[in-house]
Design a binder for this molecule. Structure first.
Ligand code: ADP
Ligand code: ZN
Length: 672
């Protein structure tokens, strides 16, 4: 693999014209006004007979080649404005791609490199076609396959291949030991639910759950005993069907004489445990104690344990009595063919809560993240992304924007925090600037920012912390000794609102801030939603780098909830329940319902049955992972999915829906 300039990233949307900003490469985007790039494009347009207002897809191939790869020795006539009339210079054009490559080689500036890297993607090496080996090595074959062809097979296929190998007596003797090793290692991978992975799959493209399960598979083989294994949410990304396999693997390791400590929210895993430790009872400052420890029954018997209440069924996530009908419009993805998708058409009804399901590797991320999200983002948000392969998406006019709500950190620097991210901090600074104290001293709202000079402590530039470089050891951060970690200078801290200064406010939890700002509607709107999504315990000024993935995701959800909804946004979430306790899953579902009730469309990739059962519409991919997947197994309501025998998801959904129907009297259930 090599990082090369990718034409598809220079022109992410060929329906736009050059004037519309269709060429987004670093340094070439600005063609309004008298820029150098405009001068070149004008000259190219004249030579190759196109207009800068033409959609780029209509520019003749010869012209497009010249734009990307240059005029190859033939100079252009560049016109420039002079005091009177125009001047002309003759100059050769190197082409946007060559220009980027040259600047990438020559530049010393990291930000310019980063800028140009946005137009680069990993491309198989043209020499070996991505196979990494020389021709002579590839000439050696076993059973008709060379090593590159063999490693391109999935684990399951490799096993089939090895088992079906026909060998002569002599060959068998040589290969016996090797084949035994290969067989056992491949079956370990299969037993942790990874049979769909190809052997050559690059480690960097594996999800966290996948790599953890690979490491687990290598351990089963080692037959060690007396080892303490610590696993962090190994069930992430696993379909219920494969969860059972994983649990068996864990039991096997235990029975060999080892101890396993598993951090997990998955109900089945908790039920399979010999001993459960429940920590809480709440989150953040409200947690940190052992609430209950013992067998499952012991946990259920402790009323203070939220986990116990859900496990015993005292609390549960209800199934909605009615499924939303949607707004009648839909997006239709035509000919989806990214990764393993088998040229399928998929309809997403708008205005519904849609759940995309299927075993690991069935193609969910390929369909939703690679195709749906990226296509919409390029079309609606003008993002620079390269959408996955499909023939097109119909119905996009009914959507105004797409937003991915993932668990990546909010903001890029430690300086962002819930208050800045939600925008509440702007209003808080306005409020402080409007106090009499501030007005007497002539302080504007900029005075209360820790990002600009004026009000912040200059000893730490408003960080509150000072970095001490330790040579050979990781950097150490200590509180600034000038401001004592308060981030502002003394004068700024003398300004108070209701007795609190700006540093005190940043140190408040969301819950405290909600009552402190009860009369400040604008501020309250923004922080109330943080409270609603279950973040009452987080401090307003808590640095984004210290928030967990789940917390960051909920800050993003809260921010979306506090905006005035357009009612035609598509939200995309990839396994949002990762790392969430059942009680938090419950809250998350409430938020997704609020977004959907406002008319928006919410698309969730999820294995969690509680989320699946409350969806309005299920899209089930599969039936298997990898090559055996990539088709549409089922689409429709959860009730119909439960009745669909081909759907693995349906099989696990069925008992849940039946149980709920038994519990609730007939008349509370509607329709279905
Ligand atoms: P899911 O989201 O349902 O787990 P994916 O869409 O991630 O499934 O994967 C579908 C198939 O494509 C799987 O066989 C997977 O191994 C393969 N795949 C996913 N990402 C890549 C990639 N970057 N390179 C090669 N193959 C990939
Ligand atoms: Zn300081």
């Amino acid at each position: 693999m090599q990082m090369l300039i990718d034409p598809a990233l220079i022109i992410p949307n060929p329906n736009l014209s050059i004037l519309d900003g269709g060429i987004t490469a670093s340094g070439w985007g600005n063609v309004r006004g008298d820029t150098i790039s405009k001068m070149y494009f004008d000259a190219l347009a004249k030579r190759y007979h196109f207009k800068l207002s033409d959609p780029i897809k209509d520019i003749p191939q010869e012209g497009l080649d010249a734009i990307l790869y240059g005029t190859r020795g033939e100079p252009l006539q560049l016109r420039y404005e002079k005091a009177e009339g125009f001047g002309v210079i003759r100059r050769e054009f190197e082409g946007v791609i060559n220009n980027l490559e040259r600047r990438y080689r020559e530049t010393q500036s990291p930000s310019m490199r980063a800028d140009i890297e946005e137009c680069m993607s990993e491309t198989p090496c043209p020499e070996c076609g991505g196979r990494r080996l020389k021709k002579s090595a590839l000439a050696v074959t076993v059973g008709g396959l060379n090593i590159a062809e063999f490693t391109e097979l999935s684990v399951t296929k490799c096993l089939d291949f090895v088992n079906a190998l026909e060998l002569s007596e002599k060959e068998s003797m040589i290969a016996a030991q090797i084949l035994k090793e290969i067989r056992s290692r491949l079956s370990f991978l299969q037993s942790v639910g990874l049979g769909y992975l190809t052997l050559s799959r690059m480690a960097a493209t594996l999800s966290g759950g996948e790599s953890q399960r690979i490491r687990l598979a290598t351990q089963i083989g080692s037959s060690l005993m007396g080892v303490l294994y610590i696993l962090d949410e190994p069930s992430i990304g696993l379909h219920q069907r494969d969860n059972a396999k994983l649990l068996n693997t864990l039991r096997q390791l235990r029975d060999l004489g080892n101890t396993l400590i598993v951090v997990e929210h998955d109900e089945e895993t908790m039920r399979a445990a010999d001993y459960v430790v429940d920590i809480g009872p709440g989150a953040g400052v409200n947690g940190g104690r052992v609430v209950a420890a013992g067998s499952l029954e012991d946990i259920c018997a402790v009323p203070e344990s939220v986990t116990g209440q859900y496990l015993s069924g005292k609390k549960h996530i209800p199934i909605p009595s009615q499924r939303r009908k949607g707004n009648g419009k839909s997006l239709i993805i035509r000919g989806a063919a990214e990764n393993n998708l088998k040229n399928i058409d998929v309809e997403l009804p708008l205005g519904k809560l849609i759940c995309v399901t299927g075993v690991s590797g069935s193609g969910k991320s390929s369909l939703i993240n690679e195709i749906l999200y990226k296509t919409l983002a390029v079309e609606k948000n003008r993002s620079k992304l390269r959408p996955g392969k499909c023939a097109g998406i119909e119905g996009m006019e009914a959507v105004d924007k797409v937003i991915a709500l993932d668990q990546s950190p909010i903001g890029r620097t430690p300086r962002s925090n819930p208050a800045t991210y939600t925008g509440a901090f702007n209003d808080i600074r306005d409020l402080f600037a409007s106090t009499q104290d501030a007005r007497l001293r002539g302080y504007g709202q900029g005075r209360f920012s820790f990002n600009v000079k004026g009000g912040r402590c200059e000893a730490c530039s408003g960080d509150g912390l000072v970095k001490i470089e330790m040579h050979f050891l990781p950097d150490v951060y200590v509180p600034c000794d000038v401001c004592g970690g308060k981030r502002y200078n003394r004068e700024t801290l003398e300004v108070r609102y209701k007795g609190k200064n700006i540093a005190d406010v940043l140190d408040m939890t969301v819950e405290e801030a909600c009552s402190f700002f009860a009369n400040q509607q604008k501020i309250l709107n923004k922080i109330q939603t943080l409270y609603d999504v279950g973040l009452g315990y987080v401090k307003l000024g808590q640095s984004s780098t210290t928030l967990s993935g789940g917390e960051a995701q909920r800050v993003k959800l809260a921010t979306e909830l506090s905006k005035r909804s357009t009612g035609s946004t598509v939200y995309v979430l990839d396994e949002p329940t990762t790392g969430l306790h059942i009680a938090d899953v419950h809250k998350l579902i409430d938020i997704l319902n609020r977004l959907t009730d406002a008319g928006n469309t919410v698309v969730v990739i999820e294995h969690n049955l509680d989320v699946i059962k409350v969806a309005d519409h299920i899209i089930d991919l599969g039936p298997e992972g990898g090559d055996g997947g990539g088709t549409l197994v089922f689409a429709g309501t959860p009730e119909d999915c439960a009745a669909c025998e081909e759907s693995y998801t349906g099989q696990f959904l069925k008992p849940l829906l039946e149980e709920a129907a038994r519990e609730e009297p007939e008349w509370t259930r509607n329709g279905n």
